[in-house]
Design a protein around this ligand. Structure first.
Ligand code: NDP
Ligand code: 2IT
Length: 486
C-alpha cells in the first residue's frame, strides 16, 4: 500500500478515537521540568496549550506565581489537580450576534460568556463590548473575577462575557438592536441563581437596560438576572459609584494604616469612564486633588482639581447615541484653566503626584510610566481597572517602594455592590444610598485588612498582590476541595 494512503488511514482512525482537545493534549506531552514547582508546571502547561491567549496567560501567571506558599501548606491541592482545574473555565459559550444597522444592512458580531468558576456562588461578572474582545481577553477577566468575587466575602463565582461590538458611533436604535440580539442567545445560559452579568468597558446603564428588557420578554420572568440596572427596575443605589468609591476606600484604608490620608494629596487618574469619574469624586470628598484624567483621544490637566461633574456630562454625551466628535477635549470648554493634550492618555503618568489610579483598561501603565511615576515621587498605585499595570511595571513599582494595590482587590467595589443588588432583588427590597454605601465602605476597608494580614501571615508583609491572590484563592480552593472532583 502506498505510504500516503497508509498515513491517511492512520490519521482517520486516530481522529475517530479521540476528540480534537483529547488529540491535541495527547500530542502535547505535559511539561515536567526537573525542578519545577507545582505552580510553575501548571503555568508552563497553560503557555503551551493557549499560546495565543496572551492576556489570559498574563493574568494566570500573575496569580499562580504568588500562590506557592499556600500550595506548600496544602499538598492535597496538587494531589487533587486543583490548579489544573481552576485554570480551565467550567464552560465557554460562543455565539453569533446578527443585527440590522440604520442603513438596513445585516451586521454580525461574535458574542461570548465565559462561566469560569461556580464553587462559591453563581457565575458573576461583567460584559465587555469592544472591538478587541476575544476569548483570551474574557478568560483573563473571568479568571480575575473568581478571586475578586471571593475577596468581597459575598457568595459569587466568577464569569465574564461580551462581544467584539463597538457601541461607539452607533445610534441608540443600533445599540438596542445589538443588545436584543445578544440577549436572545445569552438568555438561555443565565439566570439569577446561575449566572448574573453586569456592565464593564463599553457596557453601562443603557446597554444593561436593553438586555434586561429582552431577557424579561423572552423568559416572561422579572428577576435580578443582571446587575447595574436602572433605579426604576431593580437597580441598586450606589452601584454606579461603587467601583470608583470602593477603590478610594481601599486606598484610604491603606493610608490610614500608615497614619496618613488623602488630605492634600495630588492624584492622577487614567481614564474618564464609570470607574474614573466616581474615584475622582471620592478623592475630592476625602481632601485630595485629582489633577489629570484621560480618554482614548488624549488627556486633560487641571491643577485646580478635575471637576467630576464635567466628566459625567461628557460620559453621558458619549453614550447618547449622538457621540460623533464628543471627547474629553470638551472639558476645557467648561474649565478654561485646564490644559488639553491630544494623543496618548499615558501622558498623565508624567505628572508629579502622590497617588496614581489607573482606571482605563488592561496594560495601560507600562515600565517607562512606572519609572516616571517613581522619579516624580508617586508613593501609591491603586488599580481601578483590571490589570492596567504591565508585569514589568508592577515589579518596578513594588521594588521601588510604591504601595501597589492590585485591581482584583482595589476595584472589587463594583461587583460587591452588584452582590448587594442581587440580595435586594431576592428580598424584593431597596436599600437607601447611605445603607449601600456604608456596606461598601466597611467591606472594602475590611478587605484591605484581609489582604494585608494574609500577606503578613505568608511572610510577605506589604505585598498586596500576594495577599489578595492567596486570600481570594484559599476560599475558592477550600470550596472546590469540599465539592469533590468537578
Ligand atoms: P468605561 O467604558 O466607562 O470607561 C473606560 C475609560 O477608559 C474611558 O475613559 C475610555 O476612553 C478609556 N479607554 C478605553 N480604552 C482605552 C485605551 N485603549 N487606552 C486608554 N484609555 C482607554 O469603562 P469602566 O470605567 O466601566 O471600566 C474601566 C476599567 O475598569 C476596565 O478595566 C474594567 O474592566 C474595570 N472595571 C470596571 C468595573 C465597573 O463596575 N464598571 C468594575 C471593576 C473593574 P473613551 O471614552 O475614549 O473610550
Ligand atoms: O470587573 C468587574 O468587576 C466588573 N466589571 C463588575 C462586574 C459586576 O458583576 O458587577
Amino acid at each position: 500500500m502506498p505510504l500516503h494512503i497508509l498515513v491517511m488511514i492512520c490519521e482517520l482512525s486516530f481522529a475517530n478515537v479521540f476528540s480534537l482537545p483529547e488529540l491535541s493534549s495527547r500530542l502535547m506531552p505535559p511539561v515536567r521540568g526537573e525542578n519545577m514547582t507545582y505552580s510553575e508546571r501548571v503555568i508552563a502547561e497553560l503557555e503551551a496549550r493557549y499560546p495565543e491567549q496572551l492576556e489570559f496567560i498574563q493574568a494566570a501567571k500573575e496569580v499562580l506565581e504568588t500562590l506557592q506558599p499556600a500550595l506548600d501548606a496544602h499538598p492535597e491541592y496538587e494531589e487533587n489537580a486543583l490548579l489544573e482545574r481552576i485554570v480551565e473555565p467550567e464552560r465557554v459559550i460562543m455565539f453569533r450576534v446578527p443585527w440590522v444597522d440604520d442603513e438596513g444592512k445585516v451586521q454580525v458580531n461574535r458574542g461570548y460568556r465565559v462561566e469560569f468558576n461556580s464553587a462559591i456562588g453563581p457565575y458573576k461578572g461583567g460584559l465587555r463590548f469592544n472591538p478587541t474582545v476575544t476569548v483570551g481577553m474574557l478568560k483573563f477577566l473571568g479568571f480575575e473575577q473568581i478571586f475578586k468575587n471571593s475577596l468581597t466575602t459575598l457568595p459569587m463565582g466568577g464569569g465574564k462575557g461580551g462581544a467584539d461590538f463597538d457601541p461607539k458611533g452607533k445610534s441608540n436604535r443600533e445599540v438596542m438592536a445589538f443588545c436584543q440580539s445578544f440577549m436572545t442567545e445569552l438568555c438561555r445560559h443565565i439566570g439569577p441563581n446561575t449566572d448574573v452579568p453586569a456592565g464593564d468597558l463599553g457596557v453601562g446603564g443603557r446597554e444593561v437596560a436593553y438586555m434586561f428588557g429582552q431577557y424579561k420578554r423572552i423568559r416572561n420572568e422579572w428577576t435580578g438576572v443582571l446587575t447595574g440596572k436602572g433605579l426604576t427596575f431593580g437597580g441598586s443605589l450606589a452601584r454606579t459609584e461603587a467601583t470608583g468609591y470602593g477603590l478610594v476606600y481601599f486606598v484610604d484604608e491603606y493610608l490610614k494604616s500608615i497614619g496618613d490620608s488623602f488630605e492634600g494629596k495630588k492624584v492622577v487618574v487614567h481614564g474618564s469612564g464609570n470607574v474614573a469619574i466616581y474615584a475622582i469624586q471620592k478623592v475630592a470628598q476625602l481632601g485630595g486633588t485629582v489633577i489629570a484624567a484621560s480618554d482614548t483621544k488624549g488627556w486633560v490637566e487641571d491643577q485646580e482639581g478635575i471637576d467630576y461633574q464635567v466628566l459625567e456630562h461628557i460620559y453621558n454625551k458619549k453614550r447618547s447615541g449622538h457621540d460623533q466628535g464628543v471627547s474629553l477635549a470638551m472639558y476645557v470648554d467648561e474649565r478654561p484653566n485646564a490644559i488639553w493634550h491630544d494623543g496618548d492618555g499615558r501622558g498623565v503618568w508624567q505628572l508629579p503626584c502622590d497617588i496614581a489610579l489607573p482606571c482605563a483598561r488592561e496594560n495601560t501603565l507600562h515600565l517607562e510610566d512606572a519609572q516616571a511615576l517613581v522619579a516624580n515621587g508617586c508613593k501609591v498605585v491603586g488599580e481601578g481597572a483590571n490589570m492596567p499595570t504591565t508585569p514589568d511595571a508592577t515589579t518596578y513599582l513594588m521594588e521601588n517602594g510604591v504601595a501597589f494595590m492590585p485591581g482584583k482587590a482595589a476595584n472589587a467595589g463594583g461587583v460587591l455592590v452588584s452582590g448587594l443588588e442581587m440580595s435586594q432583588n431576592a428580598e424584593h427590597l431597596s436599600w437607601t444610598f447611605e445603607e449601600v454605601d456604608g456596606k461598601l465602605e466597611s467591606l472594602m476597608r475590611g478587605m484591605f485588612h484581609n489582604v494585608d494580614d494574609t500577606a503578613r501571615e505568608y511572610g510577605h508583609e506589604g505585598n498586596f498582590v500576594m495577599g489578595a491572590n492567596i486570600a481570594g484563592f484559599l476560599k475558592v480552593a477550600e470550596a472546590m476541595m469540599a465539592q469533590g472532583v468537578c
